[in-house]
Design a protein around this ligand. Structure first.
Ligand code: PLP
Length: 398
């Protein structure tokens, strides 16, 4: 294959990707190529990634267990910290048991093929993440794609499927659109057709349901037919993925998930940092009800500080963008897409933002069909950051 030619083709189509590494911790301001930029590109929604709590926990585990795990989890790669994290994750998600993977990507590509066989049918939302798509590709199951969030379409596909074992897969908060799947009605539909529901809670964990994710947000009680996948790498500020579910599902995954069995375990330091992050969210999530859509100016003292700060900032940003004429949905999530007609235009806007000190890269095909600036809000943003972002965006599109 002529790779140089292929690269040139990508360049001509405005689809060539460049790596921009930072020379500082992840956070509100990042230094790229010697410039300090306001960071609107991070999934570190609570700003925990560089927090003393996570760094302290990781440091301690590094001293106690060393760095590299040395082997896969099923050999000698795991530690008591890994086991503790799985216990904590299960309790946090209201599940019987949990299993950790090296990443969210490894969780989806390991769990989906392991949980299905050639007698299964997978029903996957059209906008599901690439890791779900790849997990489905690795599965022997028959695959059906239903229109994004279209439960009528899903039902018509399920009704006509001859397969006895059915698995519905959806993200809860969609990674590129920031909208929320109707988990309440998806659960009812799955019950009706005796299907299992696999929820990718990557962008919901730490964000909605007082940080516990989609089931808590929709007030759905976990049961044996619900499998909750998630990642420690986004709002939890760490690294690694997980699946939480019934004891049988998790025990089966320990025996069959190839991305777990054939890959060296994460260092204990990573598990310790994830544990500290869940402890943070848990300590702040003994709340009576879901956060209201419009938060009151005076917040009740028992509300979790970073989660509340995040939601206030999201609310503020979405409202300011709307007031400047941008099309922004009512979803109360930190992912705000500003969609453009062409990749060239999106790249131009992203470049203009960079000139104005804002880092919000263009997201292009094949990641998404319609190119966009994906604004990502974090609890570390201040009101003046949001103001600067919205003014810069207005200026850039002129
Ligand atoms: C919906 C979704 N699932 C899974 C993943 C993979 O998670 P990780 O980054 O931990 O591999 C991502 C990451 O982008 C995601 O957005």
């Amino acid at each position: 294959m002529d790779y140089k030619y292929k690269i040139e083709q990508l360049r001509r189509q405005d689809l060539l990707r460049t790596v921009r590494d930072r020379g500082c911790p992840a956070g509100r301001v990042i230094n790229i190529d010697g410039r300090d930029l306001l960071n609107f590109s991070s999934n570190d929604y609570l700003g925990l990634a560089s927090s003393p709590a996570l760094i302290g926990a990781a440091k301690q585990a590094l001293m106690d267990y060393g760095h590299g795990a040395g082997a896969s989890r099923l050999l000698s790669g795991g530690t008591t910290v890994h086991a503790l994290l799985e216990e904590k994750t299960a309790a946090f998600k209201g599940a019987e048991k949990a299993i950790m993977f090296n990443s969210g990507y490894a969780a989806n590509t390991g769990a989906i093929p392991a949980l299905t066989d050639d007698n299964s049918a997978i029903f996957s939302d059209a906008l599901n993440h690439a890791s779900i798509v790849d997990g489905c590709r690795l599965s022997a199951a028959k695959r059906y794609i239903y229109r994004h969030n279209d439960l009528d379409h899903l039902e018509s596909l399920m009704k006509n499927s001859p397969c006895a074992h059915k698995l519905v897969i959806t993200e809860s908060v969609f990674s590129m659109d920031g909208d929320v799947a109707d988990i309440y009605n998806l659960n009812l539909l799955c019950n009706k057709y005796n299907a299992a529901l696999y929820i990718d809670d990557a962008h919901a964990t730490g964000v909605i349901g007082q940080g516990r994710g989609a089931l808590a947000h929709f007030n759905v009680t976990p049961n044996d037919n619900i499998i909750q996948m998630g990642t420690y790498s986004k709002a939890l500020g760490s690294i690694g993925g997980f699946v939480a579910g019934s004891e049988a599902v998790i025990d089966y995954l320990f025996n069959t998930a190839r991305s777990l069995i054939y890959s060296t375990a994460l260092p204990a330091a990573a598990a310790a940092a994830s544990l500290a992050a869940i402890e943070y969210v848990e300590a702040h999530s003994e709340l009576p009800a879901e956060l209201p859509a419009e938060l009151p100016a005076e917040l009740p003292a028992e509300l979790p500080d970073l989660i509340v700060k995040l939601h206030k900032t999201i609310d503020n940003c979405r409202r300011m963008l709307r007031s400047k004429g941008f099309t922004v949905t009512l979803d109360n999530t930190p992912i705000i897409p500003i969609v453009f007609d062409s990749t060239a235009e999106t790249l131009h806007i992203s470049g203009r933002l960079l000139e104005m000190g804002v880092y919000a890269p263009a997201i292009r095909p094949p990641t998404v069909k319609q190119p966009r600036i994906r604004i990502s809000i974090s609890a570390f943003h201040e009101d003046e950051d949001i103001e600067h972002l919205v003014n810069a965006l207005s200026e850039a599109i002129r």
